[in-house]
Ligand binder design. Structure first.
Ligand code: NAP
Length: 246
């Protein structure tokens, strides 16, 4: 059993999740790299952590599956005895204008982005209450605050994550557990690379710093919230958006 803090990061095979996993490992945590579809990508994250001298394992689980999340948490607690940090990062988009959006695309995005956070928090909360410690960080989005044409499903899910974060913070705070959300703006990852150049330019124009953000810039804020230095911060939504939503 590793003599380290244990962090579970969902969707950590690539993008922001991978950067978070790498950064938490650099901070000395043992990282569980969760993935759903891409085992090879998750293994790349694990190898990168190990090459840098850290410790990590990968764990497959579809966060939208309530029972599978329960089984994952049970297995991790059995293997490691405790979980100290949960980062709910897994997320998807299925963009379309409301008029054209299918029910399936609405439901799928809510199931992964919002219910996925509920599933992991619900199954982990009993263990955290027993530990009387723990840090939960949910990745929301600036669009959960601002809304965005063509992303009603995604924005609704990310606004929901903020409500879930604040409620969980209220329920768990008396036992020393903090729950916060990070709301990234426009970050360069696979999720945003398919956007047309015209949209990218228009979005960048709205950013006070006039540039996109990096996954590492989000990961550094998550690492801070996961650290003892952030022990008196809970129920907050921290924007990492270059001033997109001031
Ligand atoms: P990304 O590159 O598309 O990566 C998404 C990750 O989520 C992948 O590792 C994927 O793993 C995982 N995932 C998807 N469905 C899953 C499921 N059902 N169960 C477990 N894992 C699942 O996206 P990203 O840009 O890094 O985004 C990460 C988070 O930041 C998301 O919550 C996103 O909404 C949020 N965010 C991103 C931006 C941005 O500009 N990029 C802005 C604001 C917020 P598999 O491939 O294994 O399925």
């Amino acid at each position: 059993m590793p003599d380290k803090k244990i962090a579970l990061v969902t969707g950590a095979g690539r993008g922001i999740g991978r950067a978070i996993a790498l950064t938490l490992a650099q901070e000395g945590m043992f990282v569980i790299v969760n993935y759903n579809g891409s085992a090879a990508k998750a293994q790349e994250t694990v190898e990168e952590i190990r090459k840098a001298g850290g410790e990590a394992v990968s764990f497959a689980c579809n966060v939208a599956d309530f029972n599978a999340c329960g089984e994952m948490i049970t297995a991790l607690v059995k293997d490691y005895g405790h979980i100290d940090v949960l980062v709910n990062n897994a997320g998807i988009t299925r963009d379309n204008l409301l008029m054209k959006m299918s029910e399936e695309d609405f439901d799928r995005v809510i199931a992964v982005n919002l219910k996925g956070c509920f599933n992991t928090i619900k199954h982990l909360s009993r263990q955290l209450l027993k530990q009387r410690s723990g840090k939960i960080i949910n990745i929301s989005s600036v669009t959960g605050v601002m809304g965005n044409a063509g992303q009603a499903n995604y924005c609704a899910s990310k606004a929901g994550v903020i409500g879930l974060t604040k409620s969980a913070a209220r329920e768990l705070g008396s036992r020393g557990i903090t729950v916060n959300a990070v709301a990234p703006g426009f970050i360069e990852t696979e999720m945003t690379e398919s956007l047309p150049d015209t949209v990218k330019t228009a979005l960048t124009e709205q950013i006070l710093l006039k540039r996109t953000g990096t996954a590492k810039e989000v990961a550094d804020v998550v690492a801070f919230l996961a650290s003892d230095a952030a022990g008196y911060i809970t129920g907050q939504v921290i924007s990492v958006d270059g001033g997109m939503a001031v």
